[in-house]
Unconditional design. Structure first.
Length: 119
């Protein structure tokens, strides 16, 4: 089982980045997916969710209207399009896969990708 984030980097204020989370080793299309982030010296913060089919999404207030979560189940990949980036978006971004199924809770994490927004 593996989740691999990519797409992070250094960007100026107002810029854009697109993060990807590539999944392998499990049935991606059945899992609820989440993006979270951790800024330096702070706790883990929920960013956005998407259901298994991609039809329902949720966003934290600080990113609403600027970030868009999506997934391509044929490619086993989730995305986070981040526009109008702010310095406070600087963080290590993680993806999470979650399923509460017949054999119990299955919960997987990636290693994170760093996003740095410079002013």
């Amino acid at each position: 089982v593996q989740l691999v984030e990519s797409g992070g980097g250094l960007v100026q204020v107002g810029g854009s980045l697109r993060l990807s989370c590539a999944a392998s080793g499990f049935t991606f299309s059945t899992y609820y997916m989440t993006w979270l982030r951790q800024a330096p010296g702070k706790g883990l913060e929920w960013v956005s969710d998407i259901d298994s089919g991609g039809g329902t999404t949720y966003y934290a207030d600080p990113v609403k209207g600027r970030f868009t979560i999506s997934r391509d189940n044929a490619k086993n990949t989730m995305y986070l399009q981040m526009n109008s980036l702010k310095p406070e978006d600087t963080a290590l971004y993680y993806c999470n896969a979650y399923l509460d199924g017949q054999i119990g809770v299955q919960d997987y994490w990636g290693q994170g990708t760093q996003v740095t927004v410079s002013s």
